[in-house]
Design a protein around this ligand. Structure first.
Ligand code: ATP
Ligand code: RIB
Length: 313
């Protein structure tokens, strides 16, 4: 039987205002719409995986407020096992998101219950982690929890994929425990302490090499609508382009990508095939509004890929 994927991470309610254009600091602009969506980088990745038909467990925390039970229910409805989602006193995680007509976004995350995930919680759920085929995590939970997770996965030989978002510098000890690190452009800049003058797509090859030197076994740089650059431990280096679509909301494109990449890898596809599959899943997600509602199911992805045959990516 297939070993499940385990996602250890955040579960948020996204409060989304849509505007014609992003306001500058100190400026007020009129909003076009306001909506709430189920989100959180961890929960989004788990939902992406479940929609693609792969068994997945979520390990995280929601608050004991009204949002908490809704957030848990949304995971279950999507097909994510939420037995390791616990309730902490206080508010659930919330993300305040501005999206513009051009599909850009700005996000402020208030951790709430996500901030209560402790290293000891990882120890209590150790057997779930040990039985996983692959574990995914991000940085919207406290660093001690991420570090304990990495220690456990490393000691039992379960591969770990880190989406280093929101960006922050990482210890060598953590970097050495990673099978995959998947930063976007701004996260790459923070990890390597590069200044704004360095356009990451122009230096993707060098940036990926530098990241590899720091310990992760494989690096996948996410370059937005350009695609991704991969540097693998076997020496392979390649670029996989994004699909050309009309983006309306890029929120959680990276989560769609990571969830799909993980599913494809665990189903035995190569990193190159998996990055292409993940690019298709992420491309579909940006044509839809919201985080979790934008994640496509397996059939939708197959139809999308059939339509691309012979077309330009
Ligand atoms: P986010 O923080 O918005 O969830 P991210 O910053 O982690 O995403 P990105 O590099 O923006 O990651 O996007 C991940 C992948 O999603 C890209 O490599 C690409 O395949 C796909 N993608 C993102 N934006 C677009 C777009 N406008 N059109 C098509 N595909 C896109
Ligand atoms: O990656 C997108 C997610 O980031 C949103 O759903 C929001 O909750 C923030 O965590």
């Amino acid at each position: 039987m297939s070993k499940p994927i385990v996602v250890v991470g955040s579960i948020n309610l996204d409060l989304v205002a849509t505007t014609e254009r992003m306001p500058a600091v100190g400026e007020t602009v009129a909003g076009r719409a306001f909506q709430t969506f189920f989100g959180g980088k961890g929960a989004n990745q788990a939902v992406a995986i479940a929609r693609l038909g792969y068994p997945v467990h979520m390990l995280g925390k929601v608050g004991d407020d009204a949002f908490g039970s809704q957030l848990r229910h949304a995971l279950e409805i999507a097909g994510v096992s939420a037995t390791a989602v616990e309730t902490a006193p206080g508010s659930s995680g919330v993300a305040v998101i501005l999206t513009s007509n051009h599909g850009e976004n700005i996000i402020v995350v208030v951790a709430g219950a996500n901030g209560e995930l402790q290293a000891a919680d990882l120890d209590r759920h150790r057997s779930l982690i040990e039985d996983a085929g692959l574990v995914l995590t991000q940085l919207e939970i406290p660093m001690p929890a991420v570090e304990r997770l990495a220690h456990i996965t490393q000691s039992v030989g379960v591969p770990l994929m880190l989406d280093p978002s929101p960006a922050q510098p990482l210890s060598s000890a953590l970097l050495r425990c990673l099978d995959w690190i998947t930063p976007n452009e701004s996260e790459t800049r923070v990890l390597l302490d590069l200044d704004e003058g360095e356009a990451i797509p122009d230096v993707a090859h060098r940036a990926a090499e530098e990241l590899l030197q720091r310990g992760p076994r494989n690096v996948l740089l996410k370059l937005g609508e350009r695609g991704v650059f991969l540097a693998l431990q076997n020496g392979d280096r390649f670029f996989v382009p994004a699909y050309r679509v009309e983006a309306v909301d890029t929120t959680a494109a990276g989560d769609a990508f990571n969830g799909a990449f993980a599913v494809s890898l665990i189903r035995g596809k190569s990193p190159k095939e998996s990055a292409d599959y993940a690019a298709a899943v992420a491309a579909i997600s940006v044509t839809r509004h919201g985080a979790q509602p934008s994640m496509p199911n397996k059939d939708e992805v197959e139809r999308f890929l059939e339509q691309q045959v012979g077309g330009d990516q």
